[in-house]
Design a protein around this ligand. Sequence first.
Ligand code: ADP
Length: 264
Amino acid sequence: MAPAEARIAVVTVATYVIAADGLTKRYPPDVTALAGVTFAVAPGEFVAVLGPSGAGKTTLFRCLTGLTRPDRGAVTINGHDIWTSPRELSLARRQVALIFQQFDLIRRLEALENVLVGRLAHVPTWRVVLRRFTRADRQLALASLHTVGLLDRAYTRADELSGGQQQRVAIARALAQNAKIILADEPVASLDPESSATVLESLRSAVSTGVAVVASLHQVHLARAYADRIVALRGGRIVADAPAARLDARSIEQIYERDGERGA
Ligand code: ADP
């Protein structure tokens, strides 16, 4: 194979790490939460999902994480359809880390220990029970805290950290887990503007390590400032899918206009 062809082949294989293909989900009696949603995310790409309430964002996240099975369509992670078999689903879940609006750290444990929780799937049970993580695991956890700018808080208990710091520890935990994809459902919804910025910067740091991030955000200006691409949902359909810098004010108005709902 000529060098150029070889390069194209590699790019093709590595192009998308997670993809939704024609996702459709209805709830009885007659709500169509998703209607043929198709998009894909590349490694090292930050996609913000925007849309008014009821647009289908939560349902989309539940489908991407395998918590909800779509009526039609497929979710593929690294090219594998997660619903092919229970094994595919469990393998897929290992590659995905979830970040929620409510910080889900273990409050009485230090930040470093919370990040080490991300290593649980990778270490023998006895090490977990005795909390005897290897030096390599601890170094990885410290490096992950460094990536999100919280190395100096490694030995602070989670319940002594601010909301934004806790959310960044959750991002560090995802990195320590070696997750290839971070799915963040409204990660900054309950944070003040300054903390929101630091959390989104931490997600950008994750992206710079090659992780793909899909995050639902309420505020358009944050999506434009931090995401590479914006996927806008409305009534269960994608109404815009464009590089964040290219989505103009008019397109954004169209996403929200009927509901009179718009981020600052
Ligand atoms: P968003 O997160 O954008 O607010 P959702 O995915 O939560 O949107 O909801 C999309 C639509 O599906 C809404 O009309 C909502 O009322 C409906 N819906 C969501 N979950 C359920 C459910 N478990 N049962 C019935 N309807 C639901």
